[in-house]
Design a protein around this ligand. Structure first.
Ligand SMILES: Cc1ncc(COP(=O)(O)O)c(C=O)c1O
Length: 362
């Protein structure tokens, strides 16, 4: 049977035994929820659903290019960033990939679907799970693609610009693609956030992955894209799947989302404040908190064991990271949400600890 490994499973059990709705801390979505402009755009676009969507997402591409100050021909859209990953795998058919461990599971899933061999660069707790210079030695003439998630999921750790530029130079030297996943960069504090976008023009093998799903809280609509300056790769991407993977509703939602400047500003402020609140609370509970530069917190809490299950009983879904490569029991990731919900989760963790102590399972 197929096992779903991601967060966001609000469907298997919709409520607690006593009928309380589950609160999902396992998916890292903008806590402000759907922007009103996006909601209206989706509503207004319903009448256009009688037509096929634009296979080239022309209006969305122009709006995104203007928003990011890039060439619109560098953009390729898909049914969420995950869909773009599978397209890239099919288009590039790499034979050997280097992935971080731990990192987002779908790089491996997409690459394995085209029989690509995977090597892992194991991130170390002693370096707080950050990428170190020794990764350069792991990029060899046999490497076809290197994937760096920045900030990384689940750790929330950033790879510095200087090191990334060295990684890019090494990839260029050995003829490998460098895929930098910046899906969570929009949530990083402005003083630390940066993109590799300005290097696209001079690096045809640099690919950047981005998502609307997380930034604008539309994972159910599905909209993501990649940026790359090589026209030949774009042709391959179009040839590697259906022409209509981005629905009319998703294209209109994306265009409307890009107008939501106030929403973005408010969400940065909220996340900054709530991230710090959660970090402080978790540390006070004895957790080791790592990275956490994005809209999620990555931490290690040895006890109570089975924290995920204990919180689930209280109506909170969190992401156990035990099934990531190079991690084990005790590692968790939680989304940053609003204060009321964050406070509720912290209270539930305290409750779980108390019950574990009483029942002698702590
Ligand atoms: C790092 C990273 N990249 C890409 C994706 C896929 O995002 P989307 O929902 O747009 O397919 C995810 C989803 O969790 C993710 O964590």
């Amino acid at each position: 049977m197929y096992t779903y490994v991601h967060g966001g499973d609000i469907y298997t059990q919709k409520q607690t035994a006593d009928g309380k709705a589950m609160v999902d801390f396992s998916a890292n979505i903008n806590p402000l929820g759907l922007p009103s402009g996006v909601k209206n755009a989706i509503r207004n676009a319903i009448k256009q659903c009688v037509n096929y969507p634009d296979p080239f997402c022309r209006e969305l591409a122009q709006a995104t290019a203007d928003f990011l100050h890039v060439d619109k021909d560098w953009l390729f859209f898909g049914n969420g960033a995950a869909d773009v990953l599978f397209r890239l795998a099919l288009a590039l058919k790499p034979k050997k990939a280097l992935l971080l461990a731990p990192t987002f599971a779908d790089y491996e899933k997409a690459l394995r679907s085209v029989d690509c061999g995977i090597s892992y660069y194991n991130l170390q707790p002693k370096h707080a799970f950050t990428v170190q210079k020794d990764i350069l030695r792991r990029i060899t003439p046999r490497t076809d693609i290197v994937v760096i998630c920045n900030p990384n999921n689940p750790t929330g750790q950033l790879t510095g610009r200087e090191l990334l530029e060295h990684i890019l130079a090494k990839c260029n030297a050995v003829g490998a693609y460098l895929l930098v996943d910046e899906c969570f960069m929009d949530f990083v504090d402005s003083s630390r956030a940066y993109s590799m976008r300005n290097l696209l023009a001079d690096n045809q093998k640099l690919i950047i992955l981005k998502a609307f799903t997380k930034t604008f809280a539309i994972p159910g609509v599905r909209l993501g894209y990649c940026l790359n300056a090589d026209g030949a790769l774009h042709k391959l991407l179009h040839e590697s799947g259906q022409d209509w993977s981005v629905s009319v509703l998703a294209q209109e939602a994306g265009r409307a989302a890009l107008l939501e400047k106030e929403y973005l500003h408010e969400s940065y402020l909220l996340i900054e404040e709530e991230r710090q609140y959660l970090i402080n609370q978790l540390k006070a509970l004895g957790a080791e908190v790592y990275g956490s530069n994005a809209n999620y917190i990555f931490f290690y809490m040895e006890k109570p064991v089975q924290l995920k299950e204990l919180l689930h009983k209280q109506g909170y879904i969190i992401r156990s990271c035990a099934n990531y490569h190079n991690l084990g029991d005790g590692y968790y990731r939680i989304a940053v949400k609003t204060r009321v919900l964050n406070r509720g989760l912290i209270k539930a963790i305290k409750e779980a600890r108390k019950n574990a102590l009483i029942t002698g399972t702590y």
